[in-house]
Design a protein around this ligand. Structure first.
Ligand SMILES: Cc1cc2nc3c(=O)[nH]c(=O)nc-3n(C[C@H](O)[C@H](O)[C@H](O)COP(=O)(O)OP(=O)(O)OC[C@H]3O[C@@H](n4cnc5c(N)ncnc54)[C@H](O)[C@@H]3O)c2cc1C
Length: 502
C-alpha cells in the first residue's frame, strides 16, 4: 500500500509505532533515513525507552551471529548438523553492523556507547557434546562466514581463551571449545536510546511515554478521510485518539494482544507462550576483567533453545560485569511489567486448540520449566560452578531477566511452538507486528527491512528510497550468503567503521 502522508492533522501521523524497544527504534531510524519528512509517533506505556526486553540487564547482549550458540546448528538424524539457520543469522547480524557503521560514519551513532568486541566461544565437557561440537566445527569452518573459527582441546590454550571457565577445573575432565575472535556484546538499551534521541531532536519523531495503546481499529475510507488506523491511547492526561495509515506493533510481549485487537484475519493463527528468566550477575569489575568472552554451553534435554547456559562478559553503561544464565521459569505475564492475566486474556476460540496441542507435544519443555522453577539458590550456584568452578556465591546476585513470549502458530498439522521471530502483516500492508524472541535484537535491521518490504513495497522500489537505502546499506540487494566477496567487503567496511578486529 501507499502511505503518502496526506491529510495530516495534529493527531494524524504518517506512522504510529507502538513500544519504545529496539524494534520500533530501528524502524523509526530506517523510516527517517528513507524519508526525513515523515511524521512519526512512538507510544510507550512505561516512563522511558528500553525498560522491557531491550534493556541491557533484561537480555544477554550477545550480538547473535551464530558464532557460539549451539542451538542454531541442531544435530540431524544422520549425525551432521544443520547450518542454514546459523548462516542466515550470521548474515542478518552483518546487516546490523552495516547499518550501525553507516550511522557512525555520519556521526549519528557512537558505537563505543553500545558495541564491544568479545570473543564468542562454545565450550563443552562430555564426550557426547565434544563429538557434537567437533562435527559443528568441521562443517562451519568450511563456510566463509565461519572460516575464522578455531578449535582447541589443549588445557593451556583453553586457559588463555576462557580463564574463568578453566580455573579450578578437574583436568581429567575433557574440555573442548571453538572460538571466534570477532564476537560482540551489544547494549541494546543504549542503542535504542541512541536511535531515538536525534530523531526526537529533529522533530520527525514524537514520543509519548507513560501512554498505553488500549485499542485500535481500521477506519473505513470515505471521501473525507483516508482508510486510517485509529488508536486509542491512555496516558496521564486521559484518553486520546490518534490516526495513521500505517501502524507497527513493536510492543514486545504486548504485540500479540494488540494484534488480536486489530482484528486482522492473520492474527487468528497465533497464540503466545511466555517464558521468564533469571540471571546470576557479578558486578566485580576485576573478576570481569579476567575474561573477555562470551562462553556458550549446551542446553539440557528439554530446555528451550533460549535457555542455553552461558557465561558472558557484559558492558552495561560502560561498566564491565559478568552474567550467567538464564534460568528459565514460567509466569503468565507477557511483559516483565505486565499482568498475570496476559496469558489467559490471549486465549481465543481460534488459538485454544493449538495451545493445548503444544502443551501435549512438548512434555520435555514443561518438565524442564517445572524443574527450573523448583531450583534452589544452591542448585543455581552448582550450575554456575559447572561453568566457573571457582565462583563464590557471595559475588553473585540474582536478577530478573526480560520476559519472552514464544510463538504458538496454528497449522494444518496442529499447533506448533516456534522459537524464532515472525513479522505478521495485514494483507494491505497497513499494519505489521513483530512476534517472538530469538535471535531478536541482533537481527532487528533485517527484520525491519522485511517490514518495509511487506508494508511499503512501492515506496521501497522507488528510485529515491533505493538510492537512500543503497547509501545506508551498500550491500542491499546483494547476497552475502551466496557471494563470499560481498560478505568480505561488508566485514571490512564494518570493521573499519566500528573498530572491530577480524
Ligand atoms: C532473557 C533474554 C535474553 C535475550 N538475549 C538476547 C541476546 O543476547 N541478543 C539478542 O540479540 N537478543 C536477545 N534477546 C531478545 C531481545 O531482547 C528482544 O528480541 C528485543 O529486545 C525485543 O525488542 P522489542 O522492541 O520487540 O521489545 P521490547 O524491548 O520488549 O519493547 C516493547 C515495548 O513495548 C511497550 N509496550 C507493550 N505494550 C504496549 C502498549 N499496549 N502500549 C504502549 N507500549 C507498549 C513495552 O513497555 C516495551 O517498552 C533476549 C531476550 C530475553 C528476554
Amino acid at each position: 500500500m501507499q502511505h503518502d502522508g496526506s491529510l495530516l492533522t495534529a493527531d494524524r501521523y504518517d506512522a504510529v509505532l507502538v513500544g519504545a524497544g529496539i524494534m520500533s527504534a530501528t524502524l523509526a531510524a530506517l523510516l527517517h533515513e528513507l524519508d526525513p519528512v515523515l511524521r512519526l509517533l512512538l507510544v510507550e506505556r512505561l516512563e522511558a525507552p528500553a525498560l522491557e526486553s531491550s534493556g541491557a540487564g533484561n537480555n544477554a547482549g550477545t550480538g547473535h551471529a551464530a558464532n557460539c550458540e549451539l542451538n542454531y546448528t541442531p544435530r540431524q538424524a544422520d549425525g551432521t548438523v544443520a547450518t542454514a539457520k546459523a548462516v542466515a543469522i550470521n548474515a542478518a547480524f552483518e546487516r546490523s553492523l552495516e547499518f550501525w557503521g553507516s550511522l557512525s560514519e555520519r556521526g549519528q551513532l557512537n558505537a563505543q556507547t553500545f558495541l564491544h568486541q568479545a570473543a564468542h566461544i562454545s565450550a563443552v565437557w562430555t564426550e557426547e557434546n565434544i563429538a557434537f561440537l567437533r562435527q559443528r566445527f568441521s562443517q562451519l569452518r568450511e563456510l566463509p562466514a565461519f572460516a575464522a573459527m578455531r578449535w582447541s582441546e589443549e588445557p593451556a590454550e583453553l586457559m588463555e581463551w576462557m580463564p574463568l571457565v578453566m580455573a579450578g577445573r578437574d583436568l581429567k575432565q575433557p574440555v573442548a571449545a571453538t572460538r571466534i575472535e570477532r564476537g560482540t556484546d551489544v547494549d541494546f538499551g543504549a542503542l535504542t536510546r541512541a536511535y531515538l534521541l536525534p530523531l526526537q531532536a529533529s522533530g520527525a519523531l514524537t514520543v509519548q511515554y507513560g501512554c498505553e495503546v488500549r485499542d485500535l481499529k481500521r477506519l473505513r475510507k470515505s471521501d473525507m478521510t483516508e482508510a486510517d488506523w485509529q488508536l486509542i491511547l491512555k496516558g496521564p492526561s486521559g484518553r486520546r485518539e490518534v490516526r495513521a495509515p500505517f501502524v507497527f506493533l513493536g510492543a514486545g510481549g504486548g504485540a500479540l494482544p494488540l494484534l488480536q485487537r486489530s482484528g486482522i484475519p492473520e492474527a487468528a493463527d497465533f497464540a503466545g507462550f511466555p517464558v521468564s528468566g533469571l540471571w546470576l550477575v557479578c558486578g566485580d569489575g576485576q573478576l570481569a576483567d579476567r575474561q573477555l568472552a562470551k562462553v556458550y554451553g549446551k542446553a539440557a534435554v528439554g530446555a528451550p533453545p533460549m535457555s542455553v547456559p552461558h557465561l558472558d562478559t557484559r558492558w552495561i553503561d560502560g561498566r564491565r560485569s559478568l552474567l550467567f544464565g538464564p534460568f528459565a521459569g514460567f509466569s503468565s505475564k507477557f511483559l516483565k511489567q505486565g499482568s498475570l492475566l496476559d496469558l489467559p486474556g490471549s486465549v481465543r476460540a481460534t488459538n485454544l486448540l493449538p495451545m493445548l496441542q503444544v502443551g501435549a507435544t512438548n512434555i520435555d519443555l514443561v518438565r524442564y520449566l517445572i524443574n527450573q522453577l523448583r531450583q534452589s539458590p544452591e542448585q543455581r550456584h552448582e550450575a554456575l560452578q559447572q561453568f566457573m568452578p571457582t565462583a563464590r556465591a557471595q559475588d553473585w546476585t540474582l536478577s530478573v531477566a526480560g520476559q519472552r513470549v514464544q510463538i504458538i502458530k496454528r497449522s494444518k498439522q496442529g499447533g506448533r511452538l516456534q522459537l524464532g521471530t515472525e513479522v505478521v502483516a495485514s494483507s494491505d500492508g497497513s499494519l505489521a507486528a513483530l512476534l517472538g524472541a530469538s535471535p531478536g535484537a541482533s537481527t532487528a535491521v533485517t527484520i525491519m527491512l522485511e517490514v518495509l518490504e511487506r508494508c511499503f513495497p512501492q515506496r521501497l522500489a522507488s528510485e529515491h528510497w533505493q538510492q537512500r537505502l543503497q547509501a545506508l546499506l551498500p550491500s542491499y540487494g546483494e547476497d552475502p550468503i551466496a557471494d563470499p566477496a560481498v560478505l568480505q567487503s561488508m566485514r571490512q567496511r564494518s570493521n573499519s567503521l566500528l573498530d572491530l578486529k577480524a
